[in-house]
Design a protein around this ligand. Structure first.
Ligand code: NAP
Length: 248
């Protein structure tokens, strides 16, 4: 059964990792997908190619989600071409880890801008169309460290906690118009973002996971599919942890 037949989905950061998996999953389920990326044009083209098998329209736009005007241009372009956006996935994110004593102002500001301000930018632009349609699903990718905190990630954790507060507020603001806003909080997922960890650190993470493995991008994409589809039509303002039981 295709859960997103003929829906239009916009995904930020779809060129690799979790975002790529969400793009593929949505396309497999019949959605036309537009995704953004920052610099990986070649990888973005490969994602489009991989989606050809699903017979839907998938396109990529180079657009900095942290930039208000770029976000506006991206959303305007999608609306001009498709007329509506049924699902928005705010996935784009970066990490610039350091202990507070060594963290620079630039590393704090850029993580907040890419991970959190981007969610404001994109949601603000997309809401107009969703309000008109009186439906829509907004899915924000946070992290369990936004709930638990993590030494060496004060900037990242703050950005991810901010996403949760924002998302819950939007759920309250837009619920009466049948627009849902939910958060996915992944734990340790094996992507380029976590690829820099050495074997010892990766093993330490995995040993703290009750299911004793790292998550896959598809583990997250499956939950995004559920939240984008009508299967979750009575769910809003929630945080779904996809972390193998790490955060309880
Ligand atoms: P990733 O492999 O590093 O991919 C990040 C994606 O975001 C790429 O497509 C990148 O585009 C895009 N991106 C970065 N900055 C952008 C910007 N300013 N505008 C538009 N796109 C931008 O990361 P990932 O592991 O898949 O993570 C995806 C999301 O899940 C992030 O929000 C991350 O914080 C969250 N998360 C990840 C984990 C994990 O363990 N991996 C755990 C919890 C939460 P380019 O390819 O062009 O750079």
């Amino acid at each position: 059964m295709k859960l997103l037949n003929n829906k239009i989905a916009l995904v930020t950061g779809g060129s690799r990792g979790i975002g790529k998996s969400i793009v593929l999953k949505f396309a497999e389920h019949g959605a036309n997908v537009i995704f953004s990326y920052l610099s990986s044009e070649e990888k973005a083209n490969l994602v489009i190619k991989e989606c050809e098998q699903y017979g839907v329209r998938v396109s990529a736009v180079r657009s900095d989600a942290s930039n208000y005007l770029s976000a506006q241009k991206l959303v305007d372009g999608v609306l001009d071409e498709y007329g509506q956006i049924d699902a928005l996935v705010n996935n784009a994110g970066i990490a610039k880890d350091n202990l507070l004593i060594r963290m620079t102002e630039e590393d704090f500001d850029s993580v907040i801008a890419t991970n959190m301000k981007s969610v404001f930018n994109m949601t603000k632009m997309v809401q107009k169309s969703m309000l008109k349609m009186r439906k829509g699903s907004i899915i924000n990718i946070s992290s369990i460290v936004g709930i638990k905190g993590n030494a060496g990630q004060s900037n990242y954790s703050a950005s991810k906690a901010g996403i949760i507060g924002f998302s819950k507020s939007i759920a309250l603001e837009l619920g009466s118009r049948n627009i849902r806003s939910n958060v996915i909080a992944p734990g340790y997922i094996e992507t380029e973002m976590t690829g820099h960890l050495d074997d010892k650190a990766a093993l330490e993470w995995k040993n703290n996971i009750p299911l004793r493995r790292g998550g896959t991008p598809e583990d997250v994409a499956n939950v995004a599919l559920f939240l984008a589809s009508d299967m979750s039509s009575f769910i809003t303002g929630q945080v779904l942890n996809v972390c193998g039981g790490m955060a309880t």
